[in-house]
Design a binder for this molecule. Structure first.
Ligand code: GLY
Ligand code: MN
Ligand code: MN
Length: 432
């Protein structure tokens, strides 16, 4: 484990909290049933500041004249290590991660009131984890109870999210490298699923192709529950059953990304189950593809976060008119949001340690301005649920195309490279 970039991030946080104290716990373990646990995933804020992977850990930051960072973590335990594997223990963890001090996790409650006493402000990721909120309040009350002994509890409670979110929003060179890698693996997974796809396969068989490619190439696993949605299942935005058969003349929408070193990729591709787009499917697909390209072109430093959504919307809404899904004129449709029946989500979100990553979208009433290092998804779609007023030949077609994009000094870099144009998709599906 290297001290960087975590040590620099801790220094930056220590500068921001003045003479305050900040507390950043990692995520709890979750029991699946009896003594089986869900796979452990650390808390993203904690990881961002520590690089420490074990559960039962919390980082404490003391600002002021003599700033220091303290790690509380599990003690070494030979018996548990026989069952569950290696544990650092405080001293080795301190050394490996570059904290100033480290103590057993079990001592947190005992030591916390003394750390809190006489600090001006307390910074915490409030509301993130109720059990931790309660521990923090207990510590505060314990210091308040010692007022006659001359101890003063912090009078200012500050939400640490804003500070950390601002830091996490702009990715550094190392993060960019990891995210490129995550995007490359996920792209290979999507290409593999296209090559493997055959009529009458089950959706979960394509999910298996993605899972195989992700793990084979060293990703930690899926970054979120994958969606493999054949035919009209694509019109259910969060479809995750993935248990139906894929009909020969339908499309299949796959939204799947992997996690690498804690960072997510997030890709959607939609392609014909039999390897060749039908004329109507192709019409819808080309509209979404054009909307995605218009959106990607609108991403550059200095642009408003919302500009790329607006760029996609115009192309999608015009396409809905051309397809005779809607009537009226383009500006009216955008104004009255008539397009929402067939395109009901935003064109993308920040991407990073979390698939829907930390970071504000608006500052006050103003949309955030893009700067180099920000990373976002571009994912327009059209979802045509059947209805009496919907042309029948369009019923059940659902298309989304999603890529991961870095804002660069000169514009943008699209990380994700899975086949995307009609020709690219038909080519890769024909090769087998
Ligand atoms: N896969 C989650 C999303 O696209 O937002
Ligand atoms: Mn997605
Ligand atoms: Mn997404």
């Amino acid at each position: 484990m290297k001290h960087e970039p975590y040590s620099s991030r801790r220094q930056a946080l220590l500068r921001r909290i003045g003479d305050g104290i900040a507390v950043v716990p990692t995520a709890p373990e979750h029991i699946r049933n009896r003594d089986s646990h869900h796979p452990y995933r650390f808390d993203s804020y904690f990881w961002y500041l520590s690089g420490f992977p074990e559960p039962e850990a919390v980082a404490v930051f003391i600002g002021g004249q003599e700033p220091k960072s303290i790690l509380f973590c599990r003690e070494k335990n030979e018996e548990r290590e026989v069952w569950d594997g290696f544990r650092y223990g405080p001293e080795a963890a301190r050394e490996a991660c570059g904290f100033d001090e480290a103590y057993p996790f079990a001592e947190f409650e005992k030591r916390f009131p003394d750390l809190l006493a006489n600090r001006g402000s307390l910074w915490h990721t409030l509301g993130h984890d109720a059990a931790w909120d309660a521990k923090i309040v207990d510590g505060l009350n314990e210091v308040r109870a010692q007022v006659r002994a001359g101890k003063r509890a912090p009078t200012e409670i500050r939400d640490l999210h804003q500070e950390l979110d601002r830091m996490r929003l702009v990715k550094d060179a190392r993060e960019i490298g990891i995210m490129r890698h995550a995007a490359a693996i996920a792209s290979a997974g999507h290409a593999r699923a296209m090559r493997a796809c055959r009529p009458d396969m089950a959706e979960y068989e394509l999910e298996a192709e993605l899972s195989y490619e992700f793990r084979k190439r060293g990703a930690d696993g899926h970054a979120y529950a994958p969606i493999v949605a054949g035919g009209r299942n694509a019109c259910v935005l969060h479809y995750v059953e993935n248990d139906k058969l894929l009909a020969a003349n339908s499309l299949v929408l796959i939204d799947a990304g992997c996690e690498v070193g804690g960072y997510a990729s997030d890709i959607t591709r939609t392609f014909p189950v039999n390897g060749k787009f039908g004329a109507v499917q192709r019409d819808v697909y080309e509209i979404v593809l054009a909307a995605q390209q218009a959106a990607i072109d609108a991403i550059k430093p200095g642009a408003s976060f919302i500009a790329y959504h607006e760029a996609a919307l115009r192309v999608l809404a015009r396409g809905m008119l051309d397809l005779k899904l809607l009537e009226g004129n383009l500006d009216g449709l955008i104004e009255n949001e008539g397009y929402k029946r067939f395109y009901m989500h935003r064109t993308g979100h920040w991407l990073g340690l979390d698939v829907h990553d930390a970071g504000e979208y608006k500052s006050g009433d103003e949309w955030v301005t893009l700067v180099p290092g920000m990373t976002l998804t571009v994912e327009p779609g059209i979802y045509i649920r059947p209805g009496p007023d919907v042309p029948e030949h369009l019923h059940g077609i659902g298309v989304r195309i999603e890529d991961d994009v870095l804002v660069t000094e000169s514009g943008r870099e699209v990380y994700t490279t899975a086949p995307k144009t009609v020709a690219e998709i038909e080519d890769v599906m024909r090769d087998e």
